[in-house]
Design a protein around this ligand. Sequence first.
Ligand SMILES: CC(C)(COP(=O)(O)OP(=O)(O)OC[C@H]1O[C@@H](n2cnc3c(N)ncnc32)[C@H](O)[C@@H]1OP(=O)(O)O)[C@@H](O)C(=O)NCCC(=O)NCCS
Length: 172
Amino acid sequence: MAGEEGTGELSISFRPLEVEDADDVMAWKGDPRVAQFCRWDTYTCRDEAVAFIQNFAVHHEWCRAICVAGRPVGCISVTIGKDEARCRGLLKYELAHRCWGKGVATSAVRLAVPAVFREFLRLERIEAMVIPENKGSMRVLEKCGFLREVILRKYEVGEGRLWDVALFRYSF
Ligand SMILES: CC(C)(COP(=O)(O)OP(=O)(O)OC[C@H]1O[C@@H](n2cnc3c(N)ncnc32)[C@H](O)[C@@H]1OP(=O)(O)O)[C@@H](O)C(=O)NCCC(=O)NCCS
């Protein structure tokens, strides 16, 4: 389950999130700069972080804390499709602002993708869906070998507007 990769600047490892991590989780879930491209609203209290850990992260099939020096600075998950969608998984990640621009997300995606393919043998592709304004996230995916397949026009509604979404794929 644990894994490590050197980034050149920061070395990361994975582990499951625990309720005791709620304060660290607030460092990114409570930051509108992180929430701006995500489909969740900025958390306003620690209880929301506890609920995220207890109701989502702990029960999720593949969700890991991205740790630097053993402390969570973000999280990464792959949700595995069911039934006819069982050949694909949906990748998501988010990172505390103080760690941006240091290769952390790139290292996390590079570590996660082979680990998930090893664990879920029926997977044929891992997808990621990114709002095209999120240049940093699209760059992370490209650096990790994801291909941009299509732009889904007028795909999501939120914050009073329609959003296009770029669909990325990693497969062998
Ligand atoms: C997206 C996110 C995970 C990136 O994390 P990160 O650790 O800063 O990413 P990395 O340092 O590994 O790589 C970022 C790359 O994007 C580039 N980049 C960042 N912002 C950019 C911008 N506005 N325009 C173009 N490139 C940009 C960086 O230069 C870097 O590329 P390089 O190595 O070729 O220089 C982080 O910004 C984040 O958590 N954002 C909020 C949540 C989010 O958007 N999650 C993804 C939803 S799909």
